[in-house]
Design a protein around this ligand. Structure first.
Ligand SMILES: Cc1cc2nc3c(=O)[nH]c(=O)nc-3n(C[C@H](O)[C@H](O)[C@H](O)COP(=O)(O)OP(=O)(O)OC[C@H]3O[C@@H](n4cnc5c(N)ncnc54)[C@H](O)[C@@H]3O)c2cc1C
Length: 1020
């Protein structure tokens, strides 16, 4: 791309006449490129040539939107505040927003009857929009007395526009004397609502019928549908926005729908926050480098001579491969290796549960992310050119997109053995008897989304030949269990495990999405074939296409209680989309089914869960692992039954609560220390139950939900761990093969080791995430990490401490019994001040002390069952918007019972992070698929919560105490946070508007219907 810097506007226009494009802030261009539009070859920088600044109501076209935002201009300043984020607004200009064509400001400018100063002379904006000619130099506004503005996007903030509504008007008394109404934004073409304006002119505001006005606007709006929002939604939102802006919505009072609980004071809870943490609050050791962006991920590694890898992915979601010809790619200068299935000497299959996923496809592709071939070349351009030269002939097959249809006998088979991946059933009691006792019954189907992990660092890393004869391989790619990745690679490469070293940390986020192999097989194959180091990093679009997602589920749940609210029967039928390969989806379904009754006792139960192959991407592990999907269903059922039985949400839960020490849901033995009643007490006493002042746009509601989360892999899979301690180079090394992926492993190792040994956090060095240096501690999944760290240190510390004291004793000439570990070294036992007599850095390296142990398991073997659980109550206060139907989470409160907190900052991060990730699951996130292809390729249409969507307050507490006689330490913190936020929000939405959303993410369109219905009912 060439950029010219002309010195006059005439020069600029001459260049533009040859096909070059003007650029000022460049943000509009960047937006288009992110949408896949081709980049212009020639840009002309006109920024220095444009007037910049605001003179009364005339604004230079080169003025930044951030400057206009602070200029106090009627309407336009407000509108600028809704464009992008501050860093975009500082670059973006007013002229660029008009030139961009889809700018959010255009409706505001139309309503302000903007006149443009252009290189062709003055022109009304409306004329310029019809026939864009010349460069815009200035914009002059003609405001009226009052204004209307509303941008409605895909989420609350920093969101692409679904529709923008604007207006200006003047009145005398309350009669409309002048008026301009307009729409536009994003895919909606800018328009003035001239017919509506004519109808309104001269009318008295108080006499305008809002329903009539809205109907006229709806008839006048010209807007498209898209995969995310319907045309009817866009029209209704525009109608409501303008009607509201003009007439006001009035403060219609919808009374809270949920009975308020009587508060029961909870026990003393630890407030988990920086403010309340006191001496327990420590900055995480990895935090400063991460905040500065200075910590290199494995995808950031560069070395001289390193090749660049690229993957050719399937051209169809489902097809037979007839032929793969790589000869032209191999012949391209700069290409060092091209690999296909023909290069796989071992098993061409991987998968944690069963190995049904090819490392490189041989005869069939089953989703568009399937890798068919890969290339290593001297740079990205050559690698991409080589991919284009690989010829693949396909015979497309019918695409299986719906799990229900996938299980029909006539369905096309995704795998030869059929589309049913697994089926799990469970029954207890007598269901017929149960239903006979039921007085209140709720039956509904809860639908959950294909959530994307959305980690900061997409899948990638590097690999190189390794070992003395270069006959081994080093694979460095963010993961969640290096030892298991090594096992899977040894099968694929047909190479002994000992010759493979996997480095899997640090990882820029995983959340389950890097539990399965991602790029490791291709990296290893390319490095082995080329004999060189090769790096590979998926673009966001490729990550969306190829990466694992959360399994969408349809959960049909029928639950009955007697007249007092006691649960008597439940039937659950779950159908889950597996996508093209099993990965950990069978485990996800097992976990979901194990949490089907929540923490409640139901005498009569029948459940069935089925998992179906489709061509919809791949699914598998994701924080919550099926338990959060199930909590959504059961916790809404509880509130719905409470409403029927005339109980408050706390009473019905208290009535049906499990008793600590009783068998688990599947009848298995479970650990003590459940502390659910204390969680309920804390929830009952929450200030969030009190009403909060709402603005007229919003209806406020409060809801709560409980959850519990099984820890560890369960009874059936192996769940072993190894841990080691040693003194090396003056530091105590805690060696643990878990991975640091943002959750706080390093902080936990520092915290737990230093506390147990009585030394300083700084005395500890964490060694982790590398099969070459750390032991196999099992996977960093299933909320097992905290326990593994605690248990590993507890078991290893005594022998290690004895060795250090005896070494120090010999050196100091003192009996070891008179010594102890103190911060920095070895001190005298009994001394008042913990001053080291011998510093660690003056001691010799110790031996390595290793322990092995199993994660605690139940004795149940009929299915997979957990032994240890963590518990929580989550409360949400939400505001449902009467114009857009969108839900804003105002406050979140979470009370947790997960045993002792190892490191407060990490614990808080896990809970808050889980809650916010849960907000996305609940309100905005879903990878929509169309005929086996993802609709979105980027975060501009996949709406993860941003900082602006985070609630005003988040309060986290911890009940750290365990039951007397409970020998197990900290429970897992990783998944607890996400577990109950969805039902808490759903229950809060009911409290606000009187209906439980049963599809996540909640559709604003459906909520608008409910609001209309509830408001109409409230008026009668
Ligand atoms: C992450 C992100 C978020 C965004 N969010 C929003 C949003 O919420 N709402 C929104 O409206 N936009 C959004 N945009 C798009 C863009 O930021 C704005 O439209 C911005 O105002 C463009 O200004 P610019 O100076 O950067 O234009 P540029 O990118 O420099 O130019 C945009 C177009 O306008 C033409 N142009 C520029 N100046 C002139 C001129 N003086 N006369 C004639 N033609 C001209 C250019 O040739 C080009 O075609 C976003 C972009 C990004 C990258």
């Amino acid at each position: 791309m060439r950029i010219s810097h002309p010195s006059t506007l005439a020069e600029a226009e001459a260049l533009i006449a040859t096909g070059a494009q003007a650029v000022v802030g460049g943000t509009g261009h960047q937006f288009r490129w992110s949408q896949g539009q081709t980049r212009p070859e020639h840009l002309v920088n006109i920024d220095p040539l444009l007037p910049n600044g605001i003179n009364d109501l005339t604004i230079g076209a080169g003025t930044s939107l951030e400057d206009i935002r602070h200029a106090g201009l009627p309407l336009l300043s407000q509108a600028c505040g809704d464009v992008g984020a501050p860093n975009i607004r500082r670059l973006a200009t007013l002229g660029g927003n008009i030139g961009f064509g889809a700018g959010c400001l255009i409706p505001a400018l139309l309503a302000l009857d903007a006149q443009l100063g252009t290189t062709l002379g003055p022109r009304p904006l409306i004329d310029h929009l019809r026939d864009p000619k010349g460069l815009i130099l200035s914009v002059t506004l003609r405001p009226l007395a009052r204004s209307i503005w509303r941008k409605v996007g895909l989420r609350a903030a920093f969101s692409p526009a679904m529709i923008v509504s604007a207006g200006t008007f003047s009145t005398e008394d309350t009669r409309i004397t002048d008026l301009r109404l307009s729409l536009g934004g994003g895919a909606v073409l800018p328009q003035r609502l001239s017919e509506v304006e004519t109808w309104l002119m001269g009318q008295v505001l108080t006499q305008v019928d809002p329903a009539d006005l809205e109907a006229r606007i709806i008839a006048a709006v010209n807007a498209p549908s898209c995969a995310f929002r319907s045309v009817s939604y866009r029209k209704r939102v525009a109608a409501k926005a303008i009607s509201h802006g003009l007439l006001g919505l009035g403060r219609k009072t919808l009374r809270p729908k949920t009975l308020r609980p009587s508060p029961t004071p909870p026990p003393a809870l630890t407030a988990v926050s920086r403010q309340d943490g006191g001496e327990r609050w420590h900055t995480r050791p990895d935090m400063p480098a991460k905040v500065r962006g200075a910590l290199p991920y494995l995808t950031d590694v560069r070395a001289p001579g390193m090749l660049v890898g690229r993957i050719l992915r399937a051209a169809h979601p489902h097809a037979e491969i007839l032929r793969i010809d790589t000869r032209r790619a191999e012949a391209l200068p700069g290409v060092h290796a091209v690999v296909t299935h023909r290069d796989i000497t071992g098993l061409n299959g991987f998968g944690i549960v069963f190995q049904d996923q090819p490392a490189l496809c041989a005869d069939k592709v089953r989703y568009t992310g399937d890798p068919v071939a890969a290339v290593a070349a001297i740079d990205a351009q050559v690698a991409e050119a080589a991919l284009a030269l690989i010829e693949v002939d396909y015979a497309p097959l019918p695409v299986v997109t719906d799990p229900e249809m996938a299980l029909m006998p006539s369905a096309t088979r995704v795998h030869d053995n059929g589309n049913l991946v697994s089926e799990i059933t469970h029954a207890k009691g007598d269901l017929t008897e149960g239903w006979a006792k039921a007085v209140h019954v709720i039956e509904d189907t809860y639908v959950t989304p294909r959530q994307m992990h959305g980690f900061m660092e997409t899948e990638g890393g590097w690999a190189a030949p390794d070992g003395p004869q270069n006959d081994g391989i080093l694979v460095c790619a963010g993961g969640q269990h290096g030892a298991r990745d090594r096992l899977q690679l040894s099968r694929i490469l047909d190479m002994p495990k000992e010759k493979i070293r996997v480095i899997s940390s640090p990882t820029g986020g995983a959340f389950g999405g890097k539990d399965e192999l991602t790029v490791q097989p291709v990296l290893a194959l390319l490095a082995r074939k080329s004999g060189r180091a090769v790096r590979l990093h998926l673009s966001r679009a490729e990550s969306v296409q190829a990466g694992t997602k959360r399994n969408p589920m349809r959960i049909r749940m029928k639950t009955g209680c007697d007249a007092t609210g006691r649960l008597v029967a439940q039937e659950v039928d779950v159908l889950s989309d597996c996508g093209a390969y099993a990965s950990l989806s069978p485990g996800v379904l097992e976990t979901a089914m194990e949490h089907a009754a929540g923490p409640y006792v139901i005498e009569n139960i029948q459940t069935r869960g089925r998992l179906a192959y489709t061509n919809n991407g791949t699914c598998g592990a994701f924080r919550g692992f099926g338990a959060n999907q199930m909590s959504y269903a059961i916790e809404c059922q509880m509130d719905r039954l409470a409403a029927k039985a005339g109980l408050d949400p706390i009473k019905i839960r208290r009535l049906n609560m499990r008793v600590s020490g009783s068998p688990g849901y599947l009848g298995q033995r479970v650990a003590l220390s459940e502390r659910l009643l204390e969680m309920l007490d804390a929830a009952s006493s929450s200030p969030l139950w009190n009403a909060r002042e709402a603005n007229p746009d919003e209806i406020i509601g409060t809801g709560m939900a409980l959850n519990y989360q099984g820890n560890g892999l369960g009874t059936l899979p192996e769940d072993e761990a190894e841990f080691a301690l040693r003194l090396k180079g003056g530091k105590i090394e805690a060696l643990c093969g878990l991975d640091e992926m943002g959750q706080g492993l390093i902080a936990s190792l520092h915290a737990e080791t230093s506390t147990r040994l009585g030394v300083a956090r700084d005395d500890i060095r964490a060694v982790f995430g590398d099969t070459g240096t750390a032991p196999d501690s099992g996977s960093t999944t299933a909320s097992r990490g905290g326990y593994v760290v605690w248990r590993g240190i507890k078991e290893t510390a005594p022998a290690f401490e004895t060795e250090l004291l005896s070494q120090a004793g010999a050196k100091l000439g003192l009996p070891p019994a008179e010594l102890r570990l103190v911060p920095g070294g070895i001190g005298a036992r009994g001394a008042n001040t913990p001053t080291p007599l011998l510093r660690f850095d003056a001691m010799a390296d110790s031996a390595t002390f290793t322990t092995q142990f199993s994660f605690p398991k139940s004795d149940y073997t009929k299915g997979n069952a957990r032994f240890i659980f963590a518990f929580a109550a989550t409360l949400a206060r939400v505001a449902v918007n009467r114009v857009s139907g969108q839900v804003r989470t105002l406050d979140l409160e979470m009370h947790t019972a997960a045993g002792p907190v190892i490191d407060m900052a990490s614990y808080l991060g896990q809970m808050e992070g889980g809650l916010i990730q849960g907000l996305g699951f609940t309100l905005t996130e879903d990878v929509l698929m169309q005929n086996g292809r993802p609709v979105t390729t980027n975060f501009d249409s996949y709406m993860m919560p941003t900082v602006r969507d985070v609630p005003n307050t988040m309060r986290i507490t911890a009940l750290e105490e365990l039951d007397p006689g409970d020998p197990h330490g900290p429970r897992g913190a990783g998944e607890l946070g996400i577990g109950a936020v969805t039902p808490a929000i759903a229950n809060a939405v009911f409290d606000a508007i009187g209906c439980w959303p049963v599809v996540t993410p909640f559709a604003p369109e459906s909520l608008l219907d409910v609001i209309a219905f509830s408001e109409a009912k409230a008026q009668t």
